[in-house]
Design a protein. Structure first.
Length: 191
C-alpha cells in the first residue's frame, strides 16, 4: 500500500517496550536501539510525543534504561510488575497504550504503534475509521501478527535491518545468558 508521509504530519509514537525488548532478546540476543527506532519511524515528520510503556521489576534495575529513553526524547510511563498469590506475574500496558493513543488521536495525523502484538488490531481499526489517522506499526516482522501487518497503513520491519535497530548486532545471535542473570531493558537507547 502506498501512503503519504510529509514533513507537516503530526506524529505520535506509542512504544510497547516489553514487547520489543523480549522479541529482540529472543530473536537476536540483543537490545533495541529505541532512539534510532523512533528517528526512523518518524522519518522527518513532526513528532508530537513519543511514549514508552515500561514495567518496573522487583529489582528496580531499569533506572538507566528509563534515563536513556528520556535523553532520547522518549517519555516513559511506568507500572509495577504484578505478582499474584499463585506466583504468576503479569506485565502489560496494552490498555494504557490504547487509551493514550485514542485520547491523543485528535491532535495527530499519524499514530505509530511500536509492537507486533495482534491485540492492537481493534485500536488500529478504531484510529483509522473513527479518528481518520494514518496508523503505522513498527516491529520485528518475524514475530508480528500477520493480521496486524495487514490492517496497518504501513509496517516497518525491524528484521530487515537488525544492525541498525539492535545495539551491538553483528549478524549473529548472542548466546542466551544463564537463568537469573537476565537483564531488564537498560541502556537500550542511543541518540
Amino acid at each position: 500500500m502506498s501512503i503519504i508521509k510529509h514533513p507537516e504530519q503530526r506524529v505520535g509514537v506509542f512504544i510497547d517496550a516489553q514487547n520489543l525488548y523480549h522479541t529482540a532478546k529472543n530473536l537476536y540476543g540483543r537490545r533495541v536501539n529505541f532512539g534510532e527506532l523512533v528517528k526512523e519511524a518518524v522519518g522527518g515528520r513532526k513528532l508530537v510525543r513519543a511514549l514508552a510503556y515500561v514495567i518496573t521489576s522487583e529489582s528496580g534495575d531499569e533506572k538507566a534504561f528509563f534515563e536513556a529513553l528520556t535523553v532520547a526524547g522518549i517519555e516513559t510511563k511506568t507500572k509495577d510488575l504484578q505478582i499474584f498469590s499463585s506466583g504468576a506475574k503479569k506485565a502489560d500496558w496494552d490498555v494504557g497504550l490504547a487509551v493514550d493513543a485514542i485520547k491523543m488521536a485528535p491532535k495527530l495525523d499519524t499514530v505509530i504503534i511500536v509492537s507486533g502484538d495482534g491485540d492492537f488490531i481493534p485500536l488500529v481499526e478504531y484510529l483509522q475509521i473513527n479518528e481518520g489517522c494514518q496508523v503505522e506499526v513498527v516491529a520485528f516482522g518475524k514475530s508480528s501478527s500477520m493480521n496486524l501487518k495487514e490492517q496497518t497503513d504501513d509496517f516497518l520491519d525491524l528484521s530487515e535491518d537488525p544492525k541498525r535497530f539492535l545495539i551491538g548486532y553483528s549478524g549473529q545471535k548472542r548466546a542466551p545468558r544463564g537463568r537469573g542473570r537476565g537483564r531488564s531493558p537498560s541502556a537500550e537507547v542511543k541518540k
